[in-house]
Design a binder for this molecule. Structure first.
Ligand code: ATP
Length: 300
């Protein structure tokens, strides 16, 4: 514990940009989808910016736990005392990309009371009667919370594009609508951290095969996942267009190669930590006279 504290103190930022131990470049920079990013050429088993290896990567995630937890509590305290800020982690990825593992192993490092986790599946009849952002807008995290979107409004430009669920003109409009929606959320105090977990075709097959091999994983297997594999190239194209059109300065995408689970978890823990650090969170001042309260308490 003392060693972890020391490492954390050493790693504390003096300014926004920093490179943590084990990283050759800041994960926010190296993973960011900028103009011209080419998804097809991404090696999904690579570990961009990190040369530390699996054991070091895992150790780093464990080291982050205290700081993540501390910053989340500060955010929560701020939200309880009139603050307006929150963080939203948007997780997108093909089936088996590891969204659930991120929620369990990274988001799980902080107090669940301060987390608002939402998954977005096939829209209900009621949801379909509304604009596609309707169900998403009402799930934006309240002040003080870390919201997690396990799938998100991006399904409305991914599965919707691949399966041609809407007219091309409607689909085309959605990218700009999403950008405006996110810009507004950011302006209202929500830091949006978008993560695309990118698994390879071969690794997805291996993960699905494992679900079939192991009775304790059968519940995770969905026969329709194999149907989606048939649409793999179309999904890759849809992800590319999504990255091209919605990786903005206010809400950039981070593309995380996900064939190595340990790396994906490390990368997302770094991105979340970075977002929280940038908020420069303090502790709210007491809304009462501390000395007076001490006196009153002592008198009881
Ligand atoms: P996951 O694979 O994320 O762990 P799951 O397989 O248990 O989830 P659900 O959470 O029930 O399944 O739903 C996910 C499915 O819902 C995905 O196939 C996804 O493409 C689909 N989906 C999500 N949003 C939409 C949308 N807006 N329109 C159509 N389909 C959607």
């Amino acid at each position: 514990m003392a060693a972890a504290k020391k490492a954390r103190a050493k790693a504390r930022p003096t300014n926004g940009a920093r490179v943590a131990a084990g990283w050759d470049a800041a994960p926010t920079e190296v993973l960011r989808a900028r103009d011209g990013f080419d998804l097809a050429s991404l090696d999904r088993s690579s570990t961009p910016g990190f040369s530390g290896g699996k054991a070091a990567g895992r150790a780093l995630v464990a080291q982050h736990a205290d700081e993540l937890s501390d910053l989340q509590e500060r955010l929560f305290a701020e939200g309880r005392t009139g603050g307006s800020r929150s963080v939203l982690l948007v997780l997108q990825g093909m089936d088996t990309a590891g969204k659930g593992g991120i929620v369990r192993h990274v988001v799980g490092l902080v107090d669940p009371q301060g987390v608002a986790h939402r998954s977005f599946g096939v829209p209900t009849a009621q949801e379909l009667r509304h604009h596609f952002l309707w169900r998403v807008r009402r799930e934006l995290p309240r002040p003080g919370y870390i919201g997690v979107f396990d799938r998100s409004h991006y399904e409305d430009v991914l599965v919707a594009r691949v399966r041609e669920l809407v007219e091309p003109a409607v689909l085309d409009r959605r990218y700009d609508e999403i950008n405006r929606f996110e810009a507004k959320a950011v302006a209202s105090g929500t830091t949006v951290v978008k993560v695309a977990l990118v698994v390879s075709y071969e690794e997805q097959r291996a993960r699905l095969a494992e679900r079939l091999e192991r009775p304790d994983k059968h519940w995770k297997y969905d026969p329709s996942d194999v149907d989606s594999r048939a649409l793999w190239p179309a999904y890759q194209d849809a992800y590319q267009v999504m990255l091209d059109r919605t990786s903005t300065d206010t809400a950039p995408w981070h593309v995380v190669p996900a064939d190595r689970k340990w790396f994906a978890r490390l990368a997302v823990s770094e991105l979340l930590l970075d977002a929280l650090r940038r908020l420069d969170l303090g502790w709210p001042a007491a809304g009462f006279d501390v000395e007076e309260e001490k006196r009153r308490l002592a008198a009881t």
